[in-house]
Ligand binder design. Sequence first.
Ligand SMILES: [Zn+2]
Ligand SMILES: [Zn+2]
Length: 305
Amino acid sequence: MSDIACIVLGSGSAVPDPDRGNPSQCIRIHDEVLLFDCGERTTINLIKAGIDPRGVDTLFFTHLHWDHIVDFGYFVMTTWNCGRRVPLRVYGPPGTKAMVEACVFGMHRTDVEYVRRYVAALPTHVTERPLSEPPLAVEEIDVGGIVRTRYGIVTAGAVEHHQRVGTPSVGFRVETPAGVVALSGDTRPCQAMIDLARGADVLVHDTAFLDEIIEARQMWSHSGPTGAGRVAQAAGVKTLVLTHLGPYTSCATAVEMGSMYYGVRRDPSIWEAIVAAAQREFDGEVLLGRDGLVIPLPRERADPC
Ligand SMILES: [Zn+2]
Ligand SMILES: [Zn+2]
């Protein structure tokens, strides 16, 4: 079995949902782990997936909305405090450096100073100790930017989310030795994502809202299952994974909190309806995202009979 896989860590939306964490995925390539976004529950869902968060050496942000970054401070502090040995390389669109600075050295300033003092006070014979500074290296990436990791090649492309209000957003194409994974982040269906996902084994795509909600509320900065299916079909991918899903069947408080965007509590058949809407547009495999879903690479494409 291949040790290369895409893993959905958080399959939910920006609405707090006990059943689904905020958006986050990782790609495991042998002993390398590439993390994409860092929504609430990312650190703990890595651990649940059997991945030591200290072993994640590269983190890519699609954009800086809170549901994609909120676990970042915890991820940095807890991996530093638990003995991370190599710097966490962070890539993201413009604004990423300022966000990291404000989060780690602003919001967590007290913690940073605490760990520095604690490390400095450790007796010299103690060899198992955190590094003396938060191990971080941050770079902002341009559209078309390419990052070479130990086993992968990651290309960023501009997607269409909330650019008009100043939120640069990118999707990623990740080439691994066992196939290609494309990750949309948050976006409406767009040509740039089709280009990024061309011929990919796996496309993990925004399916934030039901098609009728997008239409009724004019929420054109996200995709529904129909749009996600159309992108997958146009790109010729093998497997489409639907993610950024609402709390349709979660506990009553979560459903109520998200009701402005997701409506009332739904019957569990809503999930089949979402998958079916994507399948009407796409003749490949459609998977409903869930926290902890492992999608091994490479993917086989079933020949149509
Ligand atoms: Zn967003
Ligand atoms: Zn989002």
